[in-house]
Structures are given as C-alpha cells and as structure tokens.
Design a protein around this ligand. Sequence first.
Ligand SMILES: Nc1ncnc2c1ncn2[C@@H]1O[C@H](COP(=O)(O)OP(=O)(O)OP(=O)(O)O)[C@@H](O)[C@H]1O
Length: 476
Amino acid sequence: MKTSSTSKLRQAADTYRTILDALEEWVVVVDHNARIFFLNRPYARFLGVNADDVKGKKVTDVIENTRMHITIEKGVAERLSIQKIRGSNMIASRFPITDQGKVIGAVGTVIFHDTYEWKRINSHIKALLAEYEFRAQDKSTPELPTSSHYRLADIVGDSKAIKELNQTITQVASGDVTVLLRGESGTGKELYAHAIHQLSERADAPFIKVNCAAIPENLLESELFGYEEGAFTGAKKGGKAGKFQLAHGGTLFLDEIGDLPLSMQAKLLRVLQEREVEAVGSTSPSPVNIRLITATHRPLETLIKEGTFREDLYYRINVVNVSLPPLRERQEDIAKLAEHFLQALSRRTGRRAPKLTAQAMTALLEYHWPGNIRELENIMEAAFFTAQDRKIPLSLLPSNVRNHAQLESSVEQSNDSATTSVYTATGTLKEQMDRAEKTAIKQALSQAFGNRTLAAKQLGISKSTLYEKLSKHQLA
Ligand SMILES: Nc1ncnc2c1ncn2[C@@H]1O[C@H](COP(=O)(O)OP(=O)(O)OP(=O)(O)O)[C@@H](O)[C@H]1O
C-alpha cells in the first residue's frame, strides 16, 4: 500500500513539476511519513536549498515552523495560517491528500510571502472590484442615483485639527457654497464630501461621485453629461443620463479634479457658468441644479503655472477651501482610528477584535503615514485577519512600519546614550531633561493606547500639565 501510494504521488509530482515551478506561490508536497516529495523551485530558492537534494528529507528538518506533519497526522486542512520562516510572517495553507479515505500525503502552499504582500494584494483586489463595479454599473440601465453613506459622526478623531475641521464643514455645509477639499491621498476627502452633503439641505437628494482620474478620457464627456440615443456607435437605446443629470437637486462630488483633462475642464467650466448641460448628441441643453464639491491631492497652483489646469476653473471651484491635515500631523488620532478600524472589522466578521501590543502601538505612533488613514485602515485589516491569540504584536505590522519604528528608537537610544554617557556641549542639563521627559510621555501614551487621562495618571501629572507638555514637545 505504501509503495503504491508513493508511486502515485511521484507520478503526479513529475507531471506537474514544470507547472508548479512556474507559480509565484510556493508549493511543498510530503508523503505519509511527512518526508518531502516535491518542493517547487521558487520555494526552494527562498529556503536556500536544492529542490532535488531535499527530496526524502523530513519536512520539519527543511522548513521552519512547518505543520505539514500535523496535517498528515490529523488529516485536517489548515487554511491561511501564519508561519514564520526566516524572520517573515508568511500566510500558508495545508491540505491532506487522501486516497480511498486514507491520508497518503499532504500539500502545502505559501500564498503571501509576508503580511505586507497580503495587504498589497488585498488593495489590488479591491481596486479590481471597484473597476468591475464601475463597468457593471455602466452597463446597467436605468442607472440608480447613489446616496451618501457617511455622516459627521463617522469621522473619528478628536485632535485639535479634526475638531476645527468639523466645525468648518458644519458651517459651510448649509447653503450651496462650492467646496474644494485638499489633502494628501487617504486623508479623508471623500468622507468629508459625504459629511458635507449629509449636513446640507440636500441630504435627502442624490450624492453622486465621479472619480475624474478613473474614467478613460474618451468616456468622460458622456459619463458627466450623458448622451442621446444614437449619439455614437454602441450608444444605449434611449440614451444615458450623465452624472450631472443624476445629481440634479443634490450634490456632485468631483474627486481628483486635478486629473481632469484640459478639454474637459473647458466643458465643465461652461456647465458651471451656464448651469445647464448638453448631453452628447443633443441639441437642447437642460438646466441642472447641483451643489459642487471637488477634491484633489494635487497642487493646483503649480498645475496652473505648468498650463495643465485652467485658472478660471480654479477660481470657480475654489470658493471655500478646506484642507485636510496628513495623519502624521495629528498623531493623537492614530490610536483611536486603529481601534475604530479593528472594531468595525469585528462587527463585520463577528470575530472579537485583537489588541495592539504597546510596542506595535508605539510603531504606529512613530510611523510617518505617507498613505494616511487609508494606509492605517489597510494595515489594521491585514493585522486583524492575521492576528493570533487576539494580539497584534509588532511583528505583524508591515516591514516599512517596523523598520521606521526601529530607526526612530535607535535614534532615540543613541540620543539617550549621549545624554547618559558624556556631557557634550550640545547637551545641557535642561536639554537632557527635556529629552527624557519627551521619551517618558511618548512611552506613557503608547502604553495607554493614546488615552491621555490614563497616560497622565501613569506619569503622575494632571491632564492639563500633560497637555502643556504635549504642546511643548510638539506631540499634540
Ligand atoms: N477621520 C476619519 N475617521 C474614520 N475613517 C476615516 C477618517 N478619515 C478617513 N477615513 C477612512 O480612510 C479611508 C480613506 O479616506 P478617503 O477615501 O475619504 O480619503 P481621500 O482623501 O478621499 O483619498 P484619495 O485622495 O486617495 O481619494 C476611507 O476608508 C475612510 O472611510
């Protein structure tokens, strides 16, 4: 029996070797004794072994932290579990291979080579889904006006910057003033566009979003202004309403306005001036009543100088300018946002939310967040699904966040050692004390997950003293 099961596996492995070697996924096949039968070349390369040499070796001697022998023993599949190999957290799955009800071997795959890659692919899949939905919506007829899902209450954060921002948008929401939202990618511009709509008198009317950067240039005009039946080859019977018509009575949100091609800028300007749109192929314009909100992460003033953005359009859209601060400038919101995303995932999946360790939280606080809140959201999502024992340790964070934290802490340590070893001309007693105070405050905050009341208690100072020190050390 053993010999025949062995030869079956050998035959299968030989036949599929070429195919399996071409995969990006890493594959290992073991026999019923948990000895390696097949290892694909990408996996062998990563392990630093020769695929042929390890044949017949115990899998536990070749692959660190493997559980293939347990899969054989129990005959139970394990999907998407974390396996630490050569210092990285991989995402691995293991399946028993059975023949007439008997386990004759097992196949293991490593599909993501670290948790960061998982996050990246997850974002990629989300982007593909968004594109698919865009195309599907384009085909569906009639098109349904979308509505706004967010309200001011969905905006997390109580930093001074966020409080001021919330006050501003509450003031500008009522009335039909045109708003230009500016800020780096992922700072929440779309969220705020929804909130402004929700707070306005148009809250019950449609909220229509157009991502100017996502629509191919040749489709933009018909997407924005619609088309008449027979306007061009492939035009739908009965024509199609544009986003302007769909937003009639409500709010039109033009995201990534800085990416609008010049030809469309001229047409948009005309619509905003005339307050009427003309569908492609139509000869009679129809009036539109919309509130316009636009957003961009691009420096419009530079684009004007370069001649890629029209100055007259700029003045038309820039009536009220709201700037969203990058996440690194409102560090005190990080803990709250991280917790918010973990709790949201917990509600969505029915799983209990894992907790960030103090070290992981410190890394989040010290990271510079080029992708802002969206980056934090993605990292929390990856950590949520890969956490074990309901904990998110530093090792589960992507290497860029970890490395940054390590770099910061080594800078800090070298500063600290400078203060404790020799007295230097630059290190007066006051400077040394200041540095020590700043480190103590940062540590207390990270241990208290950003909760200032707790941090103040731990430091034995009043909350108002903590606030003074936060602003003195520019930690607020
Ligand atoms: N203050 C906040 N509270 C809770 N979630 C937030 C907050 N700000 C942003 N988010 C979330 O972060 C993600 C990114 O926000 P959003 O899409 O609004 O950013 P953006 O500035 O429009 O990005 P882009 O310029 O790339 O389009 C979204 O999932 C959003 O819900």
